[in-house]
Design a protein around this ligand. Structure first.
Ligand SMILES: C[S@@+](CC[C@H](N)C(=O)[O-])C[C@H]1O[C@@H](n2cnc3c(N)ncnc32)[C@H](O)[C@@H]1O
Length: 290
C-alpha cells in the first residue's frame, strides 16, 4: 500500500498494483489504474507523459482508503461510484445494479430495431426499459439514436433517482422518463421496443453467488423467483398490450435460460427474431416479435 505523501503518479500506480495483487485481486493492474486515475484526476496520457507528476496528500489519502475498501472485498466500481457502459459514464447508488458489459449485447441487438423504426418515418422510436436500474439500456439506446425516447421503469425510488440523474448528466434528460411501476402496472401507451434485463437468478442460487455480487448488488436486482423466470412470465403474458405493430421485445437472460424463456414467449404467441451470445460465448439475449 502507498506509504507517505507526496508521491509520484508512476509510484502510486506501481504500489497500488502491488497491494491489490498481493491481496489476490485478479485484475490488479486495471483496478489500480482505475483507483489512482480517479482520485488523482489523471488519465492514461498523464501516466505516460508525466509519470513523475507529484500527487497531492489529499488524493493519496483517498487512494489509500479506496485500496483498503477494495482489499476488504468491495467491488472497484462501487468504491468509485460509477461504471462505464456503452461508452457512457453512469453513476451508481445503493439500489442500482452495477451495469455489466454482458448487457451491452442487448443494446447491440436492439439498436437496429430502434434505427429501423426511425427510418420508417413513424416519428420517434418509443422505448420501454423494464427494470431500468442506472438507466443503462435506455440511455445507451438514446445516446445512439437521436429520434428516440424512453420510459425507464423500476420499483426502486433510489434507482429511478439515479437513472434520472444519469440521463440529465448525459444530456438525455428531455428524452428519458423515469417511472415507478411494478413491471407494466403503471404503463400506458405503445412502444416500438420493449427492453429488459430483469432479475433472473433463482432464489436458491443467490447464496452461492460471488461475495462481490451477493453483498453489493441489490437483491431486488438479482432475485428472479424460484426458477429465475418470474419476470419473463410477466413480460411474455403482458407485453403484447404495450407493443406497437411490428414492435420487438428484447431481454437479457441467464446463460442456461434460453430454452425456457423462448418457450414462455413462444407459448404466448411470439416468434424468436434473434438469439445472441455475449462476448464470452454464453447465450445472453433473446429478441421476440409477434
Ligand atoms: C438486473 S437489474 C437491471 C438493471 C439495468 N437495467 C441494467 O441492465 O444494468 C433489474 C432491475 O429490475 C428492477 N426490478 C425488480 N423487480 C421489479 C419489478 N417488479 N418491476 C420493475 N422493476 C423491477 C430492479 O430494481 C433492478 O433495477
Amino acid at each position: 500500500m502507498p506509504d507517505s505523501a507526496p508521491r509520484s503518479l508512476a509510484g502510486l500506480l506501481a504500489s497500488s498494483r502491488t497491494a491489490l495483487a498481493e491481496a489476490g485481486i485478479a485484475d490488479a493492474a486495471l483496478e489500480a489504474r482505475l483507483i489512482v486515475e480517479h482520485y488523482s484526476e489523471t488519465g492514461r496520457s498523464e501516466a505516460i507523459s508525466t509519470p513523475g507528476r507529484i500527487i497531492g496528500d489529499a488524493a493519496v489519502v483517498r487512494i489509500e482508503q479506496a485500496l483498503k475498501r477494495r482489499i476488504s472485498g468491495e467491488p472497484v466500481y462501487r468504491i468509485l461510484g460509477f461504471r462505464e457502459f456503452y461508452g457512457l459514464h453512469l453513476g451508481l447508488s445503493d439500489e442500482t445494479l452495477e451495469p455489466r458489459p454482458d448487457t451491452e449485447t442487448l443494446v447491440d441487438a436492439l439498436l437496429p430495431h430502434v434505427r429501423a423504426t426511425v427510418a420508417k418515418g413513424e416519428g420517434a422510436c418509443r422505448i420501454l426499459d423494464l427494470g431500468t436500474g442506472t438507466g443503462a439500456i435506455a440511455l445507451a439506446l438514446l445516446s445512439e439514436v437521436e429520434r428516440a425516447t424512453a420510459v425507464g421503469v423500476d420499483v426502486s425510488d433510489d434507482a429511478l433517482r439515479t437513472a434520472r440523474r444519469n440521463a440529465e448528466a448525459l444530456g438525455l434528460g428531455s428524452r428519458f422518463t423515469p417511472l415507478k411501476s411494478d413491471w407494466f402496472a403503471n404503463i400506458s401507451g405503445k412502444f416500438h421496443v420493449i427492453a429488459s434485463n430483469p432479475p433472473y437468478i433463482p432464489t436458491n442460487d443467490l447464496a452461492g453467488l460471488q461475495a462481490e455480487v451477493r453483498n453489493f448488488d441489490p437483491a431486488r436486482a438479482l432475485d428472479g423467483g424460484a426458477d429465475g423466470l418470474d419476470a419473463y412470465r410477466v413480460m411474455a403474458a403482458e407485453a403484447d398490450r404495450f407493443l406497437a405493430p411490428a414492435g420487438v421485445v428484447g431481454v437479457e437472460i441467464g446463460y442456461t435460460q434460453k430454452h425456457a424463456v423462448r418457450q414462455l414467449f413462444e407459448a404466448a404467441g411470439y416468434r424468436t427474431a434473434e438469439a445472441r451470445q455475449d462476448i464470452a460465448g454464453h447465450d445472453r439475449v433473446l429478441v421476440f416479435h409477434r
